[in-house]
Structures are given as structure tokens and as C-alpha cells.
Design a protein around this ligand. Structure first.
Ligand code: GRF
Length: 210
């Protein structure tokens, strides 16, 4: 798993593994930020950690090559981006297409990029949410897998909305990983498929998947 910050999604994976909702073993947690709280969560759970500090590299490509090398030392079947706040280039992504997942805090295809909750509020949206998707070289543009929606409430700020959306993130992300581990989820012919059925462009609604 790759993290840059708080690591609440990492924690959800740790808890899902412990609770047998996710039949997986987290091989390593790598961060680009030495101070990421997610690293402490990993240590507390007995998971190996590594740091590849992006400030030590002069381009995205050289950073990605170092990240690739660090991860290559662990035999992992699936790479989970969990609040990993670096744009990855094809150097890292291409060898792992189909084995690389991200969670994005918006109802993709709406609001790729940053500040998603504020943008949803500014637009007057009545719903916000999060989407798990396969990662391709197109930023936040890979095929969606599962999407959870929450209602925007009167008086919501980006922070209150983010907190409610994150509770959903912690449910949908381990679920998508479990589908992958069961061999049900794959990326084929440019589309995400669950049980060989093409997933719609906004992902499977969590309400129907739960
Ligand atoms: C989440 O909101 C996720 O959607 C976004 O970054 C945040 C990471 O939070 N990609 P955490 O580090 O997992 O707590």
C-alpha cells in the first residue's frame, strides 16, 4: 500500500484483514513522506514500511523508478494507493496496469484532481462521494469499480463532507480489493469487469454491492 498522510484507508485495510472481511496480507506500506501518520499505523500493525522521499529526486520519472524498485522487493499481487498524493507516471503505472487501485473522493467522472469536496459544494451538488478505480496513466481517469454516494447536508463544509465520505471509503475500498483477490475483478480490454460483466462508467453503486 502507498500512503502520504493520515492513513485512515490503510487502517480500514488493516482492520478488514484482521476481521477476515479481506482475505489478504499487507506486504509493505511505502510513503513518499517520512512523517506520514500512515507509517505509524503500519508499524503498529507489524507491517514492513519503507520511505521513498520524493524530495530526493529531480523528476517524477526518477522518483517513480525508485518507488518501482522499492516495491519490487516485495511480491505483491495488488498495489493500493491510499491517499498517495503524488502523480504517478507511466514508469510506475505501466508495469502494474490491472494490479493498481486508487480511491478518489468524488463521484467520478466528476471532479478529477484536488479539492473535490469544495468543488462539489461550490457547484451546489446535492450528493458527493468516493470512487475506487483502476489506475491508468490518465490521472483519476482509469475505469471505475465501485462508488459510494452521500447526501450533501445543509451547513456542510469540505471538512464535514470529507469525514462522511471517508466512512464510505473505508467500506468500499477493502470490498473492491476483496473482489480482486477472489479473482472476480479484472481490467480487460480497457474496461473494469466484475464476474466478466463490464462495470458501468460510474462504478458499481455501493448500495447494490453491499
Ligand atoms: C482520502 O480521502 C482519499 O479519497 C484521498 O485521500 C484521502 C486519504 O485519506 N485519495 P487517508 O490518508 O486514507 O486517511
Amino acid at each position: 500500500m502507498l500512503v502520504s498522510g493520515e492513513g485512515s484507508n490503510l487502517q480500514a485495510f488493516i482492520d478488514a484483514c484482521a476481521g477476515r472481511r479481506l482475505d489478504a496480507h499487507i506486504g509493505v506500506v511505502i510513503s513518499n513522506r517520512p512523517a506520514a501518520a500512515g507509517l505509524e499505523r503500519a508499524v503498529a500493525a507489524g507491517i514492513p514500511t519503507a520511505v521513498v522521499d520524493h524530495r530526493a529526486y529531480d523528476s517524477r520519472e526518477t522518483f517513480d523508478a525508485a518507488l518501482h524498485q522499492a516495491l519490487a522487493q516485495y511480491a505483491v499481487d495488488l498495489v493500493i494507493l491510499a491517499g498517495f498524493m503524488r502523480i504517478l507516471t507511466r514508469v510506475f503505472v505501466e508495469p502494474r496496469v490491472g494490479q493498481l487501485l486508487n480511491i478518489h473522493p468524488s463521484l467520478l467522472p466528476r471532479y478529477r484532481g484536488l479539492n473535490t469536496h469544495q468543488r462539489a459544494l461550490d457547484a451546489g451538488d446535492t450528493e458527493a462521494g468516493a470512487t475506487v478505480h483502476f489506475v491508468t496513466t490518465e490521472l483519476d481517469g482509469g475505469p471505475p469499480i465501485i462508488q459510494a454516494r452521500v447526501a450533501v447536508l445543509p451547513g456542510d463544509t469540505a471538512e464535514t463532507l470529507a469525514r462522511r465520505v471517508q466512512r464510505q471509503e473505508h467500506l468500499i475500498y477493502p470490498l473492491a480489493a476483496q473482489w480482486f483477490i477472489e479473482g472476480r475483478l479484472r481490467l480487460a480490454d480497457g474496461g473494469a469487469r466484475l464476474d466478466d460483466t463490464l462495470i458501468p462508467p460510474t462504478g458499481i453503486p455501493y448500495e447494490t454491492a453491499a
